[in-house]
Design a protein around this ligand. Structure first.
Ligand code: SF4
Length: 352
């Protein structure tokens, strides 16, 4: 095909051969099972591919079918998801699996409208599952595809505006080839790697270089345009790692809100001085014998930043209103989100 004749209509002809020879080997690309595609796509939201691989393999080993997921306990799911963040994702996976068992007799639905009706599934995931698992012409437009599309078309509108996504989805839908699942994955792969987010686009290796408008006009590095980010709200917390008789205190977070229902180390709002920390704990009927360590850490959520000061304290006795566990139990049995896991004492340094 002569270069000058290539247009966006020829996108599939350009990127499918590239995808067949350059795609990365990923655990969820071993087959086209809808359950595998669904779980991997949910895990990949806001999370890097390298971080997801281990979680995905463990999850599939523990829960190989939709029925296993539907029947899993909340505690088991939280543990399998521990450290991956955005925990509402796994709660929605659980709910959706139960809907599939009840409404679809345990068989993953094939129709886009049925898939998007499941909890936690939006247009992106529905498009990905429909096209990859069932070879339907349903675009899956994620951040990688938005970036790629803005460059291919030299579109300087903000990619995070709904109108951009809508137009990109409609334009892609019009040019979908027969092998729809491969095309979806090829777009994602090219956007994630060659036309990637972390460095300048590697146009010299790109199968679209001959018809990419931004490459032709020398504007690729100015794209994509994004709306200005909202400032994160900063919150201050004081965290207590309470230690007594080889046990550590954890408590449950409220059932609603950030990290809902997860375990945490006891904590309170604001930065407390050592004296204020001891006073605060005394008011909770916790008698402090000794502060053994103090550290400060930051944990960033999408819209909130926690600046945390953590005190490690030996306390006089195990209080019944908290849950007391050994370090080994916390590590292996309880789901402690990263915001608190960063304060887990090192086994070697833990007080005897
Ligand atoms: S030619 Fe360059 S800017 Fe255009 S799609 Fe390929 S890598 Fe991205």
């Amino acid at each position: 095909m002569e270069k000058e004749k290539l247009e966006l209509n020829d996108l599939a002809d350009a990127i499918l051969p590239w995808y067949y020879t350059h795609q990365r080997e990923l655990p969820w690309r071993q087959d086209r099972d809808a359950y595998h595609i669904w779980v991997s796509e949910i895990m990949l939201q806001q999370t890097r591919v390298e971080a997801v691989k281990g979680y995905y393999n463990r999850f599939m080993e523990a829960l190989p079918t939709v029925a296993d997921l539907a029947n899993a306990s909340d505690a088991r799911l939280s543990k399998l998801w521990e450290g991956l963040g955005y925990y509402s994702r796994v709660r929605n996976l659980h709910k959706a699996a139960q809907v599939i068992m009840e409404k679809h007799q345990g068989v993953f639905p094939k129709e886009y409208e049925e898939i998007i009706a499941l909890p936690g599934i939006g247009p992106y995931t529905a498009g990905a599952v429909c096209s990859i698992a069932f070879n339907q012409k349903t675009p899956a437009v994620d951040g990688n595809v938005l970036r790629l599309w803005s460059r291919l078309t030299n579109d300087f509108r903000a990619v995070d505006q709904p109108a951009f996504r809508k137009d990109a989805t409609a334009a892609l839908k019009a040019i979908y080839p027969q092998n729809a699942g491969d095309f979806t994955q090829a777009l994602m792969e090219l956007g994630a790697t060659v036309c990637g987010p972390d460095k300048a686009p590697d146009c010299g290796r790109c199968p679209c270089a001959s018809f990419c408008k931004a490459h032709q006009l020398g504007t690729a590095q100015e794209l994509p345009v994004r709306l200005p980010k909202k400032q994160r709200r900063i919150e201050y917390k004081t965290v207590f790692v309470l230690h007594a008789k080889d046990l550590y205190a954890i408590s449950k977070r409220p059932a609603k809100g950030l990290l809902a229902g997860m375990w945490q180390f006891p904590n309170t709002d604001g930065f407390l001085s050592p004296t204020e920390a001891v006073d605060y704990l005394q008011k909770q009927n916790i008698r402090v014998e000794n502060i053994t360590k103090e550290v400060e850490r930051t944990h960033i959520f999408t819209h909130i930043q926690w600046n945390m000061r953590c005190y490690y304290l030996d306390v006089g006795g195990v209080l019944p209103n908290l849950h007391w566990r050994t370090l080994e139990q916390i590590r292996s049995e309880e789901a402690l989100p990263t915001a608190f896991r960063i304060f887990l004492p090192d086994e070697k340094q833990a007080p005897a």
